[in-house]
Write a protein that binds this ligand. Sequence first.
Ligand SMILES: [Zn+2]
Ligand SMILES: [Zn+2]
Length: 671
Amino acid sequence: MDWVSWTSGSGERSGGWPGQPAADKIVLLGKKIPLGQAAAWRDQFHSEWRFDRFSLEDWGRLLSAGASIARWEGAERLRGNSAGQRREQDKQGWGAGRDNREQDKKDWEMGFPVCLYDRRAGGHPRWRELCAPDMDGAQGVAEPGRMPAAREVARFAALTAGRSLLQPELRGLLEAQLPELAGSWRTLAQLAQLAGHAALMAGVAPAQTGRRRRFAGLLRGPALPRCRRCGSEVTRTAPCAGCGQSSCAYCEACLAMGRSRSCALLLRGSAVSGAAAGHAAPPAPADRQLDRWGLSPAQREAAAEALRFLAAPSAGRAATAAAESASSSARPPAAPSAVPVRPARFLLWAVTGAGKTEMIFPLLAHVLEAGGRALVATPRRDVVLELAPRLAKVFPEQQMSVLYGGSEDRWTPANLVLSTTHQLLRFHQAFDLVIIDELDAFPYHNDPMLAYAAEACCKDSGHFIFLSATPPKKLQRDAAAGRCGVAKVPARFHGHPLPVPKRTSFPGTDENISRKRLPSNLITELERSLQRDAQIFLFISRIQQIPPLLALLRSKLPGVRIEGTSSQDGERADKVLAFRSRAIRILITTTILERGVTVPRSDVYILDADSGLFDEASLVQMAGRAGRSMEDPTGRVFFFSRQANSAQRGAIRQIKQMNRIALSKGYLKVV
Ligand SMILES: [Zn+2]
Ligand SMILES: [Zn+2]
């Protein structure tokens, strides 16, 4: 396609695209060159007056210099090899040292699989062809029989829409879904790009070298290349078999999902078409959409607010529509835009135990029933596994895929996707609705890579909903300033207020351990909890405190089964089960159990609540373990600490404030 267009010249007369300049010289890259590498060269390439006189060997050397004219000039000077020139280069600081230069020299002596076509040398309409020894040349490249049919390109484009895939992932997807086309992926990917259905690029892109960037570089040091898949800065290089370079940059941040590097091909499909609003009848009013879900009044009001947010066009939608109408039908459609347009955002701030899962059902239904695609992402695999059967039951007619490391649904096409946050790296502009659950939980918290991935997988015209009991301060500020929509669910589903933590003074766990003593106020409260038949979460700040504290407590409370667990405990799941079934009565734990675990009739003790390792969100989450069940809706929560600090005060303030809002809205049964 490209070959035909460039060799047939300009103007309607010869059948080329209008406005396409006639090419005089064409350099054809061989199949041995990785597509990602070729894409990187394409992005680096600028036309130069010197190219007119370039020989086949010159082209080979230019490409081995990364298609960078500056590096090529340096290499040419090095080829002169005189001592004077070398000193000159050392002064200019070109190259990264003698070893690299020797390697580069070897690289360009290996030669490159390229062909050079020259229209003028051949005499119109013939082209002179010069090829490196093991190249086949362009003969037959554009013959109809050798090109995949348009229908196959369309199938390829439909399959890769909404995806961001490295080459091995692309092949995996094709082998799973279109095995008959897997063999011609290379041609299909290029045709899809020419037709505007996909963008091909190198996995790692060089740093921007604009003027502004250079000035910034003076202050902050040189800019690093970036990974286009996950957005991280790339600091590592390694010798690479793919491109033969001695220092091929690769991304460490997303390495667990496959190696993104300078010569790796990254394919970004076009945005998934069929935005929800365009295709179906206007959705029913929020009230009627909510009737079937059996929500509590607090859940219902917040869900209605979120539905209104979904019904309003997203901020990005107007811009996208304008761009679509501007693109003319005479030209091939533009490749997916790189201009960032932020989808609209909404925070669903639901207290612990509010029943947030039920609230997302009407939101998903709203999008899915209008023909859209929806994603629920959560940082934790166990939440994915727990949620999957519930979603499957609520939406039996929807195609659903459940994604986590090693899941079998990896390449299953689906309208409803339930995923751990890392898996989002494989999507791009794929969803009309993205719901991120517990965005403040590890590993999403403060991870720019996952934030980047979450944003990239939502369509520009899509909607973003964050679900959290303890949203990060930044998001709270955005919501307060109106930069992001918000609805609070201040009451638990059972209509009882959140237990307010009681601060109690305490000499500190380490102090207790070294003196082999426990304060009587702690023992007294623990005995009260046991008497009222409560299960006891005992949170501590450091793993090393578990064994000595366990010994102390067992000696003080004989006959009570007490265990300890942490992230390093291989029997954690069994202990949590035994705790839930009341075989274990007191469970000493780190923040690993601060969320996700619900045990009826629980009291919560947080030792060293003034530790720097507990922030406000963490304290609210731990306190949220108490009073979760209808049978025991109150529960008791204690902050044992040497002193009050801002985290404890903030947590108590937040809990009291939610209770006040719940009371004023009439959500509480018991005052
Ligand atoms: Zn990366
Ligand atoms: Zn490489």
